[in-house]
Design a protein around this ligand. Sequence first.
Ligand code: ADP
Length: 401
Amino acid sequence: MNFTDEDMSQENSRRLRALFEMATDGIITMSSDGFIENVNQAACDLFGYAAGEMQGQKVNMLMAQYDRTHHDGYLKRYHETGDPHIIGIGRDVIGRRKDGHEFPLRLAVSEVKLDERTIYTGILHDVSAFRKAKEEVEKLNADLENKVKERTAALRQREVELKLALGKERELNELKSRFLSMASHEFKTPLSTVLSSAELIELYVEPEQQPKRERHINRIKDAVNQLTEVLDDFLSLSQLEQGRVICKPKLIDVRALISTSVESSEGQFKEGQEVILELADEPRTLMTDPKLLRHVLINLISNAAKYSSPGMPVTIRSAGTKDYCSITILDQGIGIPEEDQPHLFDRFFRARNVENVKGTGLGLNIVNHYVSLMGGRIEFTSKLGEGSSFTVHLPQDNSVL
Ligand code: ADP
């Protein structure tokens, strides 16, 4: 059987129609002025219209608000400039169903030049499911990323904690060994003094040797006092450590407290050392813990005397306003090397120039704690070989702190 041209063309157009109708993507043809001409079933399903409802309507009825109002402008511009923004390019757009629901579409438009006019064919693919899947993947990725970030942060935190714990442990070990070397030295010296003096006293049996016995008895007394001081420091430290030192403010007379502190420090004074008092009239009274303040002052005054040569004075100044009181203890002693100054309040720290002056390196650490407990602060200036000046600033009434 032979086919005529006409048979062939009918056959072709049937095939094309079948393709058009069965396509799973929506296909819409449109006139050059934007009116819908043909729509396939998939396009009807996509937009929820019957074919007859779309044919002859403007294509922008299928678009979301923005494109709907601008579509005529797009066409006009294209006709004028021939510059395509979508034709032959394809674009993701938002479609609008008959029920108003908007959904994402991939749109490919091509221009078809017929004999006497030009039409446009749009192929529309619903990408809602793809978008949704993409969003889900993105969300999963973001969740995963967050989880990784959280885990990393937790790990970092743990690392920091471990480092801190390790640092603390090391610090503790170092403190322990510093304590042991200091304690053995600080105990050994006075104990060997006690032993040697006791042995000598045993030998001085003659009545006329009484002065020699007395000299050794005094050495023993000094050594015992020295031991007591060291033990007192340890005790204060352990009480501080256990949080057992509490500031109990009372109204005190500043001058009286300074003068009793000077008296209690006298044991440390060397030949010819005297105290110069330069006390301001105000403030006369102060609301603070007298025990803590006395301890602080005795420590600072003793240090000033201890780290100065015989005959060098120790000056005590007081000043203040109605809000605070400051007490300065100033000496013209050995001073503190600049590189040691940052560590002065560290436990067991002793500057390199103290040589054979006795000490535990605990005094200033305790002083610093006590001053904080009283709500104040301590500062110092010092020059090697010229002297040092320590100032305690205290709030006038720390019961309100
Ligand atoms: P200690 O006097 O028992 O060594 P402190 O904690 O009281 O301990 O002082 C720590 C260190 O600070 C001292 O060893 C000393 O090096 C330095 N220091 C403190 N006060 C003075 C001062 N007035 N002059 C010089 N150095 C000082």
